[in-house]
Design a protein. Structure first.
Length: 83
């Protein structure tokens, strides 16, 4: 079971070496600023690299998202929620 620990940015900064040792031991650390999560530190062994096919699919998806989808007409909120 993966243990998750939450630290404030100040706590993580003051005890960074200890934080990294805990991550090396398999723990996940969430760093917060003003009570909101801003970073997640996980062991490098849990980071999965994409295959070339996955990387190409990701690039195609990003290109589509940046370009936008053509829906073939104008829609308004009422039309989208009609039953």
């Amino acid at each position: 079971m993966i243990m998750t620990k939450t630290l404030t940015l100040r706590e993580a900064n003051q005890a960074f070496s200890r934080c990294i040792r805990e991550v090396e031991a398999g723990e996940e650390v969430i760093v917060t600023r003003n009570g909101k999560p801003v970073a997640r530190i996980i062991p490098a062994s849990r980071v999965r690299a994409l295959t070339p096919e996955q990387e190409a699919a990701w690039e195609r998806l990003e290109a589509e998202m940046n370009h936008g989808w053509r829906l073939g007409g104008a829609f308004n909120r009422d039309e989208l929620y009609e039953r």
